[in-house]
Ligand binder design. Structure first.
Ligand SMILES: C[S@@+](CC[C@H](N)C(=O)[O-])C[C@H]1O[C@@H](n2cnc3c(N)ncnc32)[C@H](O)[C@@H]1O
Length: 270
C-alpha cells in the first residue's frame, strides 16, 4: 500500500481527482515511494470557485494555489520529477510576463535562467534580482545566461555578490516582488563547505516576507543530506508555521521513505 499521506482539505472535486489518480498510480507502483504532504491551511470552498459563465480557473487557483499541478506532484511522488523541476512548475503557475522575482541563491544559474524565461517580455519590465555569496557562483550564472539568452534578456537580470539576508538593500523599495526562491545547501561542483545557514536563511525569509506582493510565493528547495541541512529545514518549517492562516497558505512536500531527498516548501501569500 502506498505510504502517501495527505493532511489537507481540498476542493472536493479536486481532492477526488487527486486521490483517484494517486490510487491508480499506487496500484501499479506500489511501495515505490511515499510522500508527506502537509498544509497549514489549503482549504477551498467549491461554492466560491464557480463563476456564472462556468469559468472556475481564476478563483480556483487563488483559493487553491496548487490546483492544476496534480500531475506534477504525483510525478514528484513517483520519483519522475526532480524537486527543482516541480519548483519551476509551481513558479510557472504563479508568475506572469513582466513580473519581478528574486533568486536568493543563484548557484550555477539554472533557477535564475528558469525565472528569466518566465518573466522576460518585450516591454522589458520583467526583472530577476539574483544573489549569491560566492563570486564563482555568480560567474557561473552569468556564463549560463550568456550561453542561453539574448543580451536584451540578460539585461533584465541583476546579480549581486551579497548574502540573501540583505536582499532588501539591492531591490529598490516598494518593488512588487512576485517570487522569492531559495535553493538551499552548497554550490553543486563547488566548495561543499560553503552552505546556506539557518541564521541567514531565517533573516532572508523575514526580508522576503516583507517584500512579497499579494498573490506571490516564497519557494524553497531544502537539502537535508549535509550537516546542518535538517536544522535548516526545521528553521524553514518553523517560519512557515508561524505565518498567519488568513494571509498565507504554506505547504511542504517530503518523501518519507527517501529521507535524504530534497524537501519542497511553498508559502503562498494570499
Ligand atoms: C544549492 S546552490 C543553488 C543552486 C542554484 N539555484 C542553481 O540553479 O544552480 C546554493 C547556493 O547558495 C549560495 N549561498 C550560500 N549561502 C548564501 C547566502 N547567505 N546568501 C546567498 N547565497 C548563499 C551558495 O554559495 C550556493 O551557490
Amino acid at each position: 500500500m502506498s505510504a502517501l499521506r495527505i493532511c489537507l482539505c481540498l476542493n472536493p472535486v479536486l481532492l477526488n481527482r487527486f486521490l483517484t489518480q494517486t490510487n491508480l498510480l499506487s496500484s501499479s507502483c506500489a511501495l515505490s515511494s511515499s510522500l508527506k504532504w502537509t498544509s497549514k491551511s489549503l482549504c477551498c470552498s467549491s461554492k466560491s470557485i464557480v463563476h456564472s459563465n462556468g469559468d472556475t480557473s481564476t478563483s480556483l487557483s487563488r483559493n487553491c494555489p496548487l490546483s492544476g499541478l496534480e500531475d506534477e506532484l504525483v510525478g514528484y511522488r513517483l520519483g519522475k520529477k526532480k524537486a527543482t523541476e516541480v519548483a519551476h512548475l509551481v513558479w510557472r503557475h504563479v508568475l506572469h510576463k513582466g513580473d519581478i522575482v528574486i533568486d536568493a541563491t543563484c548557484g550555477n544559474g539554472y533557477d535564475t535562467l528558469a525565472m528569466l524565461k518566465m518573466v522576460a517580455d518585450e516591454s522589458g519590465s520583467g526583472r530577476v534580482y539574483g544573489m549569491d555569496i560566492q563570486i564563482d557562483a555568480l560567474k557561473n550564472t552569468s556564463s549560463l545566461l550568456d550561453a542561453t539568452v539574448t543580451q536584451k534578456e540578460k539585461e533584465l537580470v541583476k546579480l549581486f555578490p551579497i548574502c540573501h539576508s540583505r536582499m532588501d538593500e539591492v531591490v529598490p523599495e516598494n518593488t512588487a516582488v512576485r517570487l522569492v526562491a531559495f535553493n538551499l545547501g552548497y554550490l553543486p561542483g563547488g566548495d561543499k563547505g560553503i552552505i546556506t545557514t539557518s541564521k541567514t536563511t531565517l533573516l532572508a525569509l523575514e526580508a522576503a516576507k516583507k517584500m512579497l506582493i499579494s498573490g506571490g510565493l516564497i519557494s524553497l528547495v531544502v537539502y537535508v543530506g549535509h550537516p546542518g541541512g535538517s536544522e535548516e529545514l526545521d528553521t524553514v518549517e518553523a517560519f512557515a508555521s508561524r505565518l498567519s492562516v488568513d494571509s498565507w497558505t504554506c505547504c511542504k512536500f517530503q518523501m518519507l521513505n527517501r529521507p535524504l531527498a530534497p524537501v519542497l516548501v511553498f508559502m503562498f501569500k494570499r
